[in-house]
Design a protein around this ligand. Structure first.
Ligand SMILES: CC(C)(COP(=O)(O)OP(=O)(O)OC[C@H]1O[C@@H](n2cnc3c(N)ncnc32)[C@H](O)[C@@H]1OP(=O)(O)O)[C@@H](O)C(=O)NCCC(=O)NCCS
Length: 175
């Protein structure tokens, strides 16, 4: 009986320790909406430098189809129009990534890009849910994501959100 009590005591200490570690070291994944807030806000052209900053990290662009970027390309990338809305992703007040919704006849394509220091905390998951809400508000009923088959982190995220594999393959040609 004494042994059982001691085991329960140790387990309690470990659980409390894990919670404190999460709070102190900022890994708030298990406490969404309590310690941080993810929001999305339509990008402004003055945010163009953020795109250049994002692309300057080689880890960020490992699976990007666009490998190099200059200010002109970045401006084109972030300008919203009737076919596309580009959002900044904010952790509280800090810009930690960007995303876009591209509108097609019956479906929306989502692209999401979080800055590498912020990966793995559940922020991508939270942001995707907000982006899906935006697509629903516009009455679209189908969402697609284009993802490199080796991008395991992104695949895990999308699968967790309920995205299914398709038989489609993308072909492309430089003009
Ligand atoms: C893909 C991306 C948006 C994910 O954002 P994120 O904030 O890291 O995502 P989350 O933390 O919500 O979820 C990532 C999941 O991958 C898991 N993961 C982390 N590292 C991994 C790895 N090396 N391999 C496989 N899965 C991994 C995490 O554990 C987490 O799953 P879990 O919640 O079940 O534990 C972000 O990594 C990113 O912007 N990458 C660069 C650009 C990119 O590839 N965009 C997607 C284009 S399709």
């Amino acid at each position: 009986m004494l042994i059982m009590r001691q085991v329960v005591f140790v387990v309690r200490i470990l659980v409390v320790g894990e919670i404190l570690k999460n709070i102190i070291f900022g890994d708030c994944k298990n406490f969404p909406h309590i310690f941080y807030m993810i929001t999305i806000k339509q990008f402004n052209l003055k945010d163009v430098d953020y795109i250049l900053h994002w692309f300057s990290n080689t880890k960020n662009r490992e699976f990007q189809r666009t490998k190099t970027i200059d200010k002109d390309k970045a401006l084109r990338l972030i300008s919203s129009d009737k076919n596309k809305t580009v959002y900044g992703i904010y952790l509280d007040d800090a810009l930690i990534g960007y995303a876009m919704l591209k509108y097609f006849y019956v479906k929306v394509e989502i692209g999401i890009n979080i800055d590498e220091p912020f990966w793995g905390h559940g922020y991508g998951f939270e942001a995707m849910k907000l982006l899906e809400e935006k697509a629903k508000e516009k009455k679209y009923y189908k969402i697609e994501v284009l993802v490199n088959e080796h991008n395991e982190r992104a695949l895990k995220l999308y699968k967790k959100l309920g995205y299914k594999d398709t038989d489609l393959k993308i072909l492309e040609k430089e003009l």
